[in-house]
Design a protein around this ligand. Structure first.
Ligand code: ASP
Ligand code: MG
Length: 401
């Protein structure tokens, strides 16, 4: 007998038919003799709809009240799923974040899990119940409801798997695994049987859109066996673990991230300490900077460009303008019509030809590269947003066909 944590995303529980489909996956797992803990997301577009509704009422609501609102989506899912499983005749109970001891900090809207005291879950498992847990939500030291950030139910699932010492954590979604590229944009994308945590982390942060980044970080830290699998096809999914047996490929995937903007500071003094000033004022305000490019100094001046996520553009501009005298730039240029395209692969370090192959694919497709960054695990380029899909296909074709 194993303890299995299963998580089902919003599209997997979007309507009554799908709820019963998922209920049968859950009860099959239970019938096979396993202890089953299930984490659910809000149905379909429920969370987005609640965000819109809030905006109609108050465009600038407090984060506390936003969490109070958004946590409802998951609560609705677990109650409905419990009713479906009751109807199928199995013992089941649904529990909210606070009931499973999901303690978080007080960073409303993006709370971090501090500890989990899943006594109630253990009690219900001992009573031979299927336990359904509301994803995405927790409780802080003031007994207020918090949420873990968009897509946070994956993190709920992995955290519970850690706390309960589960044997396996299955993330059911509407894709049947992790692909060499997003199959919605690249038609020849292939499913990977296995992938390492590090590769998955890069792919998630690059916008591969399969798993919440924090869930993969946590799975890596605590060595949780993860599986991404489709609730629709019932085919084997992709396993995410430390040392995959797969034959080492150089590149495991290609991803794009359009949620990014390029900011350039023009005519900075070409003297020591400038980059330090820029990036320390940004770091002090918790702005994450990604690719950085500094031009060669000419006539005593230089330019520095970097990328930030699209939601941080305004904050970045405000901080830079507030520190204009201290940093000493002439002006700021912003380009939000950019996209980062990256190749990821654990086997890349030892293979100098990989970056060149990627650049060749872009050259053949006549796509101009604005910025480049490389690490042991990935090569990223910043390009015009318009070229994103073309770039993705061209690079994928080069590496995988
Ligand atoms: N319902 C939340 C969201 O849409 C959390 C989740 O789906 O994981 O972001
Ligand atoms: Mg999700």
């Amino acid at each position: 007998m194993s303890l299995i944590v299963q998580k089902f995303g919003g599209s997997s529980v979007a309507n009554t038919e799908r709820i019963f489909n998922v209920a049968s996956i859950i009860t099959d797992t239970f019938k096979a003799g396993n202890d089953v803990v299930v984490v659910l997301s809000a149905q379909g577009d429920t969370t987005d709809e609640m965000i819109e509704k809030a905006a109609e009422i108050n465009p600038n609501p407090s984060k506390r009240e936003m969490d109070m609102l958004l946590a409802n989506g998951e609560q609705m899912s677990i109650a409905l799923m419990a009713m479906a499983i009751e109807k199928l005749g199995y013992p089941v109970i649904s529990l909210c974040g606070w009931q499973v001891g999901m303690h978080t900090d007080s960073n409303y809207g993006n709370a971090k899990i501090e500890k989990i005291t899943p006594t109630r879950v253990e009690t219900e498992l001992a009573r031979k119940k299927i336990v359904l847990v509301a994803g995405f939500q927790g409780i802080n030291k003031y007994d207020d409801v918090t949420t873990l950030g968009r897509g946070g139910s994956d993190t709920t699932a992995v955290a519970l798997a850690v706390a309960l010492k589960a044997d396996l954590c299955q993330i059911y979604t509407d894709v049947d695994g992790v692909y060499t590229a997003d199959p919605r944009f690249v038609k020849d994308a292939r499913k990977l049987e296995e992938i390492t945590y590090d590769e998955m982390l890069e792919l998630a942060s690059l916008g591969a859109n399969v798993l919440h980044n924090r869930s993969v970080e946590m799975a890596k830290r605590y060595n949780v066996d993860l599986e991404v699998i489709s609730s629709f096809t019932k085919q084997p999914g992709t396993k995410i673990k430390e040392a995959p047996n797969m034959e080492k490929m150089n590149v495991s995937g290609v991803a794009k991230d359009k949620n990014i903007a390029r900011i350039s500071l023009v005519n900075l003094a070409d003297v020591p300490g400038i980059a330090f000033k820029i990036f320390s004022v940004l770091a002090a305000k918790k702005i994450n900077v990604d690719i950085i490019l500094q031009s060669i100094g000419r006539a005593g001046t230089k330019d520095i460009s970097f990328t930030v996520s699209a939601d941080n553009v305004q904050a970045t501009l405000d901080i830079l303008n507030d520190n204009k005298d201290k940093i000493g730039f002439e002006n700021i240029l912003v380009n939000e019509k950019v996209c980062k395209v990256s190749i990821v692969g654990a086997g890349m370090v030892n293979n100098p030809g990989v970056a060149a192959t990627m650049f060749e694919a872009l050259a053949d497709a006549n796509i101009n590269i604005q910025m480049i960054s490389t690490s042991e695990l990935k090569v990223s380029v910043l390009i015009d947003e318009e070229d994103a899909d073309k770039a993705l296909s061209a690079i994928h074709e080069k590496f995988f066909n």
